[in-house]
Design a protein around this ligand. Structure first.
Ligand SMILES: *Cc1c(COP(=O)(O)O)cnc(C)c1O
Length: 845
């Protein structure tokens, strides 16, 4: 792949209007100009055109006359996939010295067409080829369903990391589950969230290769037998009662400039026997497939909870299923290439994304002991030098623990191994004179305080070589809180690796207009090296640059205004301040704080209708876990407040409130480039990192945020004068939470907050059910676990400072440009280089 060709391709892309919407559930991608500014090679266009035509005819079985948008998408994807495979054949000729294996229960990928085209340098070629066929590229892009195999930040991080590893040339496999149904589709019925199954695979997935030759057997239940392998040497063997097949499905991940093609290997669960023929012939047609249904249930749906542990048997089955298949696969590959399993740590680095694959610790031990006959010590050495664990949260409700009873029933051999690991671990403490009960209880892998449960975080920690947090603050809190005692035993184990985002998706693809502006200003090398964005600092007060920067934003705000009208039925003025909070709905993320501030602002406008209020559009988006009652009530409140505010003629265009349904990666790509203000207002100490915060700041939205997660590092990079910080820091939160009656006192001291809460509690926004929101207001008055009342007044202050700042456009745009100029460090390429060097010990080209 010629480098200049890729650059040429990116350079010719221009920003434009949103493409028309074709699927109400997904956002259309921003179309780029139909006429490229630089010529595209005629041969390349003709080649691709004929390839697409052939795929349409021979792989899809359609003619151009009968093809639907979805068919054109599939034909285009298949034609591009051929080129990815060709790039793959070119890049993967030699066995790499060391591979990275990224195990994640979630990959929130989104659409892949724009990624593939952009990284192959074929955006303009594809556009021209489709144009020859009478088809619009934006339309085709809009026909791709989002691969939503994740809930939120954790899954999106895995997707960004996969793209970055391919882009920096790091040989890697991602391992996960090929869910038939990804994250549910959200709609609103009178402002209440409704969930419908998501069906991304309904018409197949043109990106993937089914690999029935890579199939593994996964066991569950049963018992453990013992046999004497030689004098005094006893081998234990697991005899599962039930087995399920894991069948690989590979999605190629092509890096920037087609440099490297890695594989995302997703496992599908299949029954050993598709049908019990004897049962079928006996007339029991349903019973004959019952086993198959039970097996296939494992990869049927993504668990839709975020930051809470589901704790159900099917979830544990999912976790073990994909972890075991992945370990069997990578061990087999290693042995085929290197012969001896003992050298695994030299040639493989395994990253556990959160504790979901933590069962890898006993599973790798089991494989090494049972299948490869290693001694316990050798197996433990291999395991603890190959595995690494990323912690994503310290919230108690999110820390996974499994009842010992369930583990013994589902994974009896693993429970034995965990007991043995724990016994040796605690013996070691005793040997070092640390046999006091409190210490042992704190470091034990088994929590005996409420029933006996396996602590998966402790298990992952103890079985790993390195354990990382995802922002500087989060890593510090890991050392001081949940893992303090384990940390003291091995102070080098915990390291920090601040999260990042892939700039190809969140800048080049999502914001081609701004990218083109950056290229024109600082040169095309900025596409390879985002540090060159620093050159924009010098243009932050250059009138013509500022005008063009603002024009790009304006174009995207107009496009978002259309989406808002189409999906929420609200007209908004693109010249108003677009204030955006899009993320999963969770109490710690404090969407409720934003809604209450909205109510207070509404009251203030009503009290002084003639004051020159800064026009604002408050935009919300995000899904609540279906079982999370309080989060769903917060959505309902936002929708009810929106209805009241938007219908109030006295408020007019000074305040509009919208809740966009079905937040997704595609919708994020449409919203973020149109945002002026980014809401990152979690209770300090509770958001491990955040990555939405990085996407916004890169695209030039100013942040209003707390000193939490990566917000702190964003402030350090963009400069304190270019971000709006408010509220208590993590230490302040800890101190205040220890005071009695802090919420009551805070409400007492804030007439504005008290009035807003009274208005909500009075039923003003829910006249048909006046007490509807009492669960929210009562909780704030009596408990307020997330210290919303305590931070309210300072949040209000920051918002009014923002109003004033908006009214000084030159100063506002200067700050925005400084944000874009200084965000390079938050590229996930940087994160991956740090992991490669300090955790995986892999050399990157
Ligand atoms: C980036 C992203 C997230 C994570 O957002 P946070 O604000 O960090 O919680 C969640 N969902 C989608 C679709 C994203 O793109």
């Amino acid at each position: 792949m010629g480098v200049s060709k890729v650059l040429n391709d990116v350079l010719t892309r221009a920003s434009g209007k949103e493409a028309p919407e074709h699927d109400a559930t997904t956002a259309a991608r921003p179309a780029t100009s139909a006429v490229p500014a630089l010529p595209v090679s005629g041969d390349a266009v003709a080649d691709l055109r004929e390839a697409i035509r052939a795929k349409l005819a021979f792989a899809i079985g359609k003619s151009p006359e009968t093809a639907r948008e979805r068919d054109w998408f599939a034909a285009t994807a298949l034609a591009l996939r051929d080129r990815i495979v060709a790039a793959c054949a070119a890049s993967n000729r030699t066995v790499p010295n060391k591979r990275v294996y990224y195990l994640s229960l979630e990959f929130l990928i989104g659409r892949l067409l724009s990624d593939a085209m952009n990284n192959l340098g074929l955006v303009e070629t594809t556009r021209a080829a489709l144009k020859d066929l009478g088809v619009d590229l934006g339309t085709v892009e809009g026909a791709e369903p989002d691969a939503a195999l994740g809930n939120g930040g954790l899954g999106r991080l895995a997707a960004c990391f996969m793209e970055s590893m391919a882009s920096i040339g790091l040989p890697a496999y991602g391992y996960g589950i090929r869910y038939d149904h990804g994250l549910f589709r959200q709609s609103f019925e009178n402002g209440w969230q409704r969930e419908a199954p998501e069906t991304w695979l309904a018409e197949g997935n043109p990106w993937e290769f089914a690999r029935p030759d890579a199939t593994y057997t996964i066991g569950f239940g049963g018992h453990v037998t013992m046999s004497m392998v030689s004098e005094g040497v006893i081998r234990r063997n697991w005899q599962p009662a039930e087995t399920v097949k894991a069948v690989a499905h590979d999605v190629p991940v092509v890096g920037w400039k087609g440099r490297t093609v890695n594989t995302l290997r997703l496992w599908k669960a299949e029954a050993e026997q598709p049908v019990d023929l004897a049962q079928f012939n006996g007339g029991d047609h349903v019973g004959a497939v019952a086993n198959r249904m039970r097996a296939e249930a494992i990869s049927r749906v993504l668990y839709p909870s975020d930051s809470t542990s589901a704790g159900q048997e099917l979830r544990l089955r999912q976790e073990y299923f994909f972890t075991s298949a992945s370990l069997q696969d990578l061990v087999r590959r290693h042995v085929a290439e290197r012969g001896d399993v003992r050298s695994l740590p030299d040639h493989a680095a395994i990253q556990l994304n959160d504790t979901h694959p933590a069962i890898a610790v006993p599973e790798l031990m089991r494989i090494l002991l049972e299948d490869h006959g290693l001694t316990w010590d050798d197996a433990w050495h291999v395991t603890t030098n190959t595995l690494n664990y990323t912690n994503h949260t310290l919230l108690p409700e999110a820390l996974e623990t499994w009842p010992v009873e369930l583990m013994e029933r589902l994974l009896p051999r693993h429970m034995q191994i965990i007991y043995l690991i724990n016994w040796m671990h605690l013996e070691e403490q005793a040997k070092n004179g640390r046999s006091d009960a409190a210490h042992l209880a704190s470091v034990s892998l088994i929590d005996e305080s409420h029933g006996r449960r396996v602590r998966m975080g402790h298990l992952a920690f103890h079985g790993s070589r390195r354990v990382n947090g995802v922002s500087a603050l989060h890593t510090e809190l890991m050392r001081k809180t949940v893992f303090a005692d384990l940390h003291a035993l091995d102070p080098d184990k915990i390291v920090n690796k601040t999260n990042g985002i892939t700039f190809r998706r969140w800048f080049h693809n999502a914001n081609p207009g701004l990218t083109r502006l950056a290229v024109e200003a600082v040169g095309a090398d900025v596409l390879d090296n985002p540090e060159l964005l620093k050159g924009l600092d010098a243009l932050a007060q250059d009138a013509s640059f500022v005008e063009r920067y603002a024009a790009v934003r304006r174009g995207r705000k107009e496009a978002l205004a259309e989406i808002i009208y189409d999906r929420a039925g609200v007209s908004v003025d693109p010249s108003a301040l677009f204030d955006v909070q899009i993320k999963r709905i969770h109490e710690y993320k404090r969407q409720l704080l934003n809604v209450i501030e909205t109510v207070a602002l509404y009251q203030a406008i009503k009290a002084e209708p003639h004051k020159d209020w800064t026009p604002r559009v408050k935009i919300f988006g995000g899904k609540a876990a279906p079982s999370y009652t309080q989060a769903k009530l917060i959505i309902k409140l936002a929708c009810d407040v929106a209805r009241a505010v938007n219908d109030d003629p006295e408020v007019a265009d000074r305040l509009k409130v919208v809740f966009l349904p079905n937040y997704s990666v595609s919708l994020a790509e449409a919203i973020i480039p149109a945002a002026d203000l980014s809401e990152q207002i979690s209770t300090a100490g509770m958001e491990a990192s955040g990555t939405g915060n990085m996407k916004f700041a890169l695209n030039g939205a100013l942040t209003v945020g707390t000193l939490d997660g990566a917000n702190i590092e964003i402030r350090d990079h963009v400069g304190a004068e270019n971000i709006f910080i408010f509220g208590l820091d993590a230490a302040g939160v800890q101190a205040r939470a220890a005071e009695p009656h802090y919420a009551r006192d805070a409400i007492w001291n804030s007439p504005r907050l008290a009035a807003a809460l009274d208005m909500i509690a009075s039923g003003r926004f829910s006249p048909e059910e006046p007490n509807r929101f009492r669960p929210l207001t009562d909780d704030l008055r009596h408990r307020d676990q997330y210290l919303l009342t305590v931070d309210f007044d300072d949040y209000w202050r920051a918002q009014r400072e923002i109003d004033a700042a908006w009214n000084d456009p030159a100063a506002w745009w200067k700050r925005a440009i400084h944000n874009t100029a200084r965000m390079a460090w938050f590229s996930s390429d940087r994160s991956m280089r740090e992991y490669a060097e300090e955790i995986w010990r892999v050399r990157v080209a």
